[in-house]
Design a binder for this molecule. Structure first.
Ligand SMILES: *[C@@H]1O[C@H](CO)[C@@H](O)[C@H](O)[C@H]1NC(C)=O
Ligand SMILES: *[C@@H]1O[C@H](CO)[C@@H](O)[C@H](O)[C@H]1NC(C)=O
Ligand SMILES: *[C@@H]1O[C@H](CO)[C@@H](O)[C@H](O)[C@H]1NC(C)=O
Length: 312
């Protein structure tokens, strides 16, 4: 062990050089605009994206992004280029106890392919003077609003946490609301994910915005009046309703296969953040959209178990 340490300076010159390059050119972060979410369907329950958010009126300004960082997909986003904010980000957790150790970057990433589909698929930190189709850091500067994450920063592995800091994953939120929302999300999602993984299943989540009647910042970036999260705990299946091979073991337990459960909560942002627990079907009616094709509402026992985990 000691010996290895002594030869580190030489052996590491390559990686160190690479690190310096990566800091100078943080272009290794990737994002990819796609026609459909198929390349990153692993973030959607049963590989199926939410339905009903696109309609005749807004469909030309909807962009689907498979959010990639260091050659791995981390989450998926439906983005509105006319409002310059995301409608939702979809993600899933395979580990209920990640240890994030990443600093929040000062500058956030943008999605070059929103500008022009021939551009590099790498999501990057580049300074654009302006953009018709996406928000920039300059929009948020001295606006009184923070870049509020949909796919959360906390409760993520290192690279995934960094990848969450992309402007296509952000909506304007006042600081107090932003902090309150992410503390709540972190707490509840952590408890639920633990309950879910205890029985060999996987958590699928979608966090989104709604209610676009509260003005905008710099006359460009829409301020939402509502943020929401829906979560479904289930055995992973693909679009053909086949259990994913790696998880087949979990399906042998009948309690596991029969026990999908879902919860949702939403926060109205005006006059001040107010969070309420709702069922996914209530949330879906409110949004006039379908988030999960099917996922049973959580029982009182599940809520109690989550409560117990949270108070530990
Ligand atoms: C709800 O969605 C359906 C189908 O997507 C649409 O036909 C209907 O007009 C929507 N209703 C409202 C109140 O927006
Ligand atoms: C996108 O970029 C290509 C290559 O630089 C260019 O030829 C094309 O005109 C651009 N398209 C738009 C819509 O700007
Ligand atoms: C919502 O449910 C969770 C889990 O049971 C609980 O911890 C939380 O306090 C509830 N929040 C509200 C606003 O009722």
């Amino acid at each position: 062990m000691k010996l290895t340490l002594y030869i580190l300076p030489m052996g590491f010159s390559g990686p160190v050089w690479f690190l310096i390059l990566a800091i100078a050119y943080p272009g290794t972060v990737q994002g990819k605009v796609v026609d459909n979410f198929q390349p990153c369907q692993q973030f959607f329950k049963d590989g199926i994206a939410p339905q009903g958010f696109e309609n005749e009126e807004n469909k030309d300004s909807m962009v689907k992004i498979c959010q990639m960082y260091k050659n791995a997909y981390h989450f998926a986003t439906l983005y509105r280029t006319d409002l310059r904010i995301p409608v939702y980000s979809a993600y899933s957790y395979t580990n209920s106890n990640p240890k994030p150790k990443t600093c929040r970057p000062l500058k956030w990433f943008i999605e070059p392919q929103i500008e022009n589909c021939t551009y590099d698929q790498n999501m990057q930190i580049i300074k654009l003077d302006t953009s018709d189709k996406q928000a920039l850091d300059s929009d948020y500067e001295r606006s009184g609003y923070q870049r509020g994450h949909l796919y959360p920063f906390s409760f993520n592995h290192q690279e995934s946490a960094t990848a969450s800091c992309t402007l296509t994953n952000a909506v304007p939120e006042k600081q107090r609301a932003n902090v309150k929302w992410y503390h709540y999300t972190e707490k509840v999602v952590k408890g639920l994910t633990q309950t879910c993984h205890n029985t060999g299943r996987r958590m699928y989540l979608v966090t989104g915005s709604d209610d676009y009647n509260h003005g905008n910042i710099k006359n460009r970036v829409k301020i939402p009046g509502l943020i929401w999260t829906a979560a479904c705990c289930t055995v992973p299946r693909n679009q053909n309703d086949r259990f994913l091979a790696e998880e087949v073991e979990a399906t042998r337990n009948p309690q596991t296969t029969n026990g999908d459960f879902s919860i949702a909560f939403m926060g109205t942002l005006f006059p001040d953040l107010n969070i309420v627990n709702v069922s996914v079907s209530t949330l879906q009616s409110r949004l006039n959209a379908s988030i999960f094709n099917e996922c049973k509402e959580a029982t009182r026992e599940i809520y109690e178990e989550v409560q117990r985990l949270l108070s530990e």
